[in-house]
Ligand binder design. Structure first.
Ligand SMILES: *[C@@H]1O[C@H](CO)[C@@H](O)[C@H](O)[C@H]1NC(C)=O
Ligand SMILES: *[C@@H]1O[C@H](CO)[C@@H](O)[C@H](O)[C@H]1NC(C)=O
Length: 227
């Protein structure tokens, strides 16, 4: 009996150890995007920059976390106030629900991308179509209506308020705990530099070479400031 327990303990220990050393979990670079759905600069970043990591293969070394709260506030009575109005609160919550229900990043990113592309085209009122277009069910809407989405958003509000240093604007990109601040458009070169795994993705070669021409975002017109 005792030896069986020892064997079990050993197996559990080995498994835990395996999880700890497994390259896919430990060597990935964590990229967190703090954003709000209707900030046009978030939409531009998601559609025209972030989406590229799914095309160039960089996603294989990224643990991508999307945090849809941004500059929203929790009011004294518990309701949310969003920078771009009630529709933004709705869509932030729908994103939170989608991330929770479809935890696979490629799956929920496709949906979030769809909404942000509509936002860039001033057609965000058609967002419900994104569910069907990206092969998702209507579960995110049920999540919103049930109030569970609000619980998820409270969690994201709390995470966002605990950023250190605090975010000054969105999109706010953090790579392995380093906030890129005005340099967020260059996130790919930060990822390539931070990656210490065995095989640097091919895309990193050109990304690191192109670094010379990297420019800082012009924050005067490329972000939504926290009020
Ligand atoms: C909560 O407070 C805000 C601002 O004080 C107000 O506009 C809103 O109507 C209140 N909501 C509810 C549900 O009481
Ligand atoms: C870009 O390259 C220069 C050296 O040419 C280096 O000092 C700088 O840190 C690099 N920047 C980024 C964002 O990789």
């Amino acid at each position: 009996m005792a030896s069986l327990r020892r064997l079990f303990t050993f197996a559990l220990f080995s498994y835990t150890f395996f999880l700890l050393i497994s390259p896919s979990t430990t060597e990935k670079v964590t990229v967190s995007l703090y954003y709000e759905t209707l900030c046009p600069y978030c939409a531009n970043f998601i559609v025209n920059s972030l989406a590229k990591v799914f095309e160039n293969g960089l996603i294989s070394v990224i643990d991508l976390r999307l945090v849809p709260w941004g500059n929203a506030l929790v009011q004294a009575n518990g309701s949310f106030a969003c920078q771009h109005g009630p529709n933004e609160c709705l869509l932030n919550t729908i994103d939170a629900c989608t991330i929770a229900i479809y935890s696979d990043v490629a799956r929920h990113f496709r949906f979030i991308y769809c909404i942000e592309r509509l936002a860039l085209q001033n057609k965000v009122d058609q967002w419900v179509n994104c569910l069907g277009l990206t092969g998702l069910s209507r579960l995110p809407m049920d999540c919103y209506k049930s109030g569970y989405g609000k619980v998820l958003e409270q969690k994201y509000a709390s995470e966002t308020s605990q950023l250190n240093p605090p975010h000054r604007f969105v999109p706010w990109v953090v790579v392995n705990n380093q906030p890129l601040q005005e340099g967020y458009q260059n996130f790919m070169s930060y990822v390539c530099k931070a990656y210490k795994g065995p095989r640097l993705p091919d895309a990193c070669r050109s990304i690191l070479l192109a670094n010379n021409s990297l420019k800082k975002a012009n924050t005067r017109d490329a972000v939504c400031y926290a009020s």
